[in-house]
Ligand binder design. Structure first.
Ligand SMILES: Nc1ncnc2c1ncn2[C@@H]1O[C@H](COP(=O)(O)OP(=O)(O)O)[C@@H](O)[C@H]1O
Ligand SMILES: [Mg+2]
Length: 344
């Protein structure tokens, strides 16, 4: 047998703890990756860690399907809820139905106003339906929720369960187009407005909610873009398993994100089998699985190298409740401490 360390035994060179030290203003933290790889548990562990370091933290979910209440073992739906047993930590599952209804109402008002302004005698309903039946509508509403939370700025740290990957990418890709479009819209609105004022007898300046909306919308998009591309404040972490498909998924995400200038914080490898407990007598499926993981770890090192921030072991049980989250947090942020506890 060779005396070289096994492929899987290579150590992380730039761990999570170092990333936090070099990014003391980190405020918006996101996790992306394939379903089931551990995004929700990583978000939970990160939030527990920052909260226990004394930073007022919000763990938030904007997904239509929530899992934070299950993760924490307490109901955090619909309002900012203090997490039992963890100081400085709040959790919040956003009521997506509510947001969608509100967005529909707002869109209806804008369309009604516009139809009236343009003296078109069609009912707004058809327009509202066609705008809100779009599958991207729900996703956009979730994105709006997320940036609302970010803008409100009531916490030191925001940890989001599941990155709005497609949306963030689309937003940034589209932001230039948006800007051009909104500027053009505004210019023609201004022209129409001054024409109306010239023609009107009263010379009274008219309210223009559509214009106000466009100006506000442009401002919000610009602000969101600034925050999401600020690598001091924002980081997207990508979670993978030492398996082919999850690796392919994050490879694609990381490429997209780098292209759009969204800060990639690094890669977290989850559910690594602890080789120290695998012996020649272990069940074949365990030995084979470890060998398979070793191979995929090679790929991970080749592709991501110093972007790997942590290698987290597969626990004997699923991750639920604050104690398990603390344990996971130690594995992610302080593996030396985790190892000494495990030995003790
Ligand atoms: N390191 C781990 N050891 C054991 N179970 C884990 C580990 N990481 C995650 N899990 C479990 O795997 C399942 C999927 O994790 P989850 O965070 O919900 O994934 P995602 O949010 O990416 O879909 C959950 O039951 C979780 O408790
Ligand atoms: Mg999840």
């Amino acid at each position: 047998m060779s005396t070289a360390p096994p492929a899987g035994a290579r150590a992380v060179t730039d761990p999570m703890a170092g990333y936090l030290e070099t990014h003391p203003d980190l405020k918006y933290v996101f996790f992306g990756g394939k379903g089931g790889v551990g995004k929700t548990v990583m978000a939970g562990a990160t939030a527990v860690w920052t909260a226990e370091k004394g930073r007022r933290t919000l763990l938030a979910s904007t997904n239509p399907v929530h899992s934070l209440s299950g993760l924490l073992g307490q109901n955090v739906f619909g309002k900012h809820t203090p997490v039992n047993g963890v100081a400085n930590l709040f959790a919040y599952e956003i009521d997506t139905k509510d947001t969608i209804e509100r967005s529909k109402r707002e869109i209806r008002e804008k369309i009604q106003w516009f139809l009236k302004f343009a003296e078109i005698s069609t009912k707004a309903d058809e327009f509202v339906e066609s705008a809100t039946m779009n599958p991207a509508f729900e996703e956009s509403a979730m994105f709006e929720n997320m940036i609302d939370l970010m803008f409100r700025n009531e916490y030191d740290v925001y940890v989001f369960d599941t990155a709005p990957t497609a949306n963030a990418r689309r937003l940034l890709g589209m932001s230039k187009v948006y800007s051009l479009w909104v500027n053009k819209m505004m210019k023609s609105r201004e022209e129409a407005q001054s024409l109306r004022e010239m023609l009107s007898f009263t010379k009274k300046k008219e309210q223009d909610p559509l214009m106000d909306y466009l100006v506000e919308f442009r401002g919000r998009m610009e602000h969101a873009r600034e925050l999401l591309t600020d690598d001091k404040k924002t980081a997207f972490f990508f979670v993978t398993l030492p398996e082919a498909l999850p690796i392919a998924v994050i490879t694609r995400f990381i490429n997209w994100f780098s292209e759009f200038g969204i800060p990639v914080g690094g890669v977290l490898v989850n559910m690594r089998i602890d080789r120290s407990v695998v012996t020649p007598e272990s069940a074949a499926f365990v030995r084979n699985r470890l060998a398979m993981q070793d191979e995929h770890m090679q790929t991970i090192w080749e592709k991501f190298d110093s972007q790997v921030r942590a290698i987290v072991p597969l626990f004997e049980d699923e991750v639920r409740g604050s104690e398990m989250l603390r344990r996971l947090a130690r594995e992610v942020f302080s593996p030396a401490e985790a190892a000494s506890r495990n030995a003790g």
